[in-house]
Design a binder for this molecule. Sequence first.
Ligand SMILES: Nc1nc2c(c(=O)[nH]1)N[C@H]1C(S)=C(S)[C@@H](COP(=O)(O)O)O[C@H]1N2
Ligand SMILES: [Mo]
Length: 328
Amino acid sequence: MSHIILPPDWNELESEITPESVYHNRREFLKLMGVAGASLAGAFIAPPAFAQSGGFGLGALFGGTKLETDFEPVEGLHRNPAFSVERPITPEKAALTYNNFYEFTADKRGVWKRVHEFQPRPWQVEVGGHVNKPAVYDVDDLLGAMPIEERVYRHRCVEAWSMVVPWNGFPLKALIKKVEPTARAKFVKFTSFYDPEVAPGQRQIGLPWPYTEGLTLAEAMNELTFLATGIYGHLQPPQHGAPIRLVTPWKYGYKSIKSIVKIEFTETQPKTFWNTLVPHEYGFVSNVDPEVPHPRWSQKEERMIGIDKVVPTLKYNGYGKWVANLYA
Ligand SMILES: Nc1nc2c(c(=O)[nH]1)N[C@H]1C(S)=C(S)[C@@H](COP(=O)(O)O)O[C@H]1N2
Ligand SMILES: [Mo]
């Protein structure tokens, strides 16, 4: 059951290339499950229901289909003018209904239908590892203690689609300063929630749940690196990674890990979800670069969600001014 990979076709909505293709990849799947010989294969790789339409059985069939748009507004929000984008902001409904959140489904147009049981509050974030002041924060205490602002950022998925969205939240460095990393801290590891009862994707065997990501400490301290507790002027909807998610706009979207429960300062480079699954396609650094094609498609252009326009992809997604020095 090999899977034929087509290059992105801008005219045909269903032809997008997605990392979900790894679910069809026999070899990767077997490697993950520690299956050495190919003879056992058939038993394990009945195509994951997951990868097809995102159907997970009853939950998916009977899940509500009304798009929730009523989220708690964030009062007194100011847009930081240092970050402006010449492209139009993606219409909110387009962003709300087109998401990658593999914990729920691999069907990016159906995530919003499958997040109803997800409870983003109460929510705690544990911050620890090589720091002087480890702490467990309630997300609402963080909202009260951190400098909340709005930033309009470009978002470029590795699958060659993009958005422009107004996040609200605070720079990660504000939190890092509070916990005081020690000299041994060289990397920051982020971990998403793990709850297979509400996240059917996590019942999929062979995937390295919970979703994890990582940055170098210098990347984490960069002005651009943002913890988004909301979007479009309100608190974070589940599908965008409620109640708190990372945003690293110069990197491919998968680095921007959703629904974070743990932030750890480590001495060595942490393992990350996509890098563990398909190391030769999804590197640890993963900076947006139109000159470096994905092994299976070009990264020179991207399709803007909602307005369906194809535009050139920019090095560092247009954020070289802030981050190029990190990679000199
Ligand atoms: N926990 C978790 N975080 C995640 C993902 C995921 O599947 N699980 N998908 C990533 C990918 S591939 C992208 S493109 C962005 C999508 O964010 P959005 O739905 O808010 O646009 O989230 C990233 N963060
Ligand atoms: Mo992505």
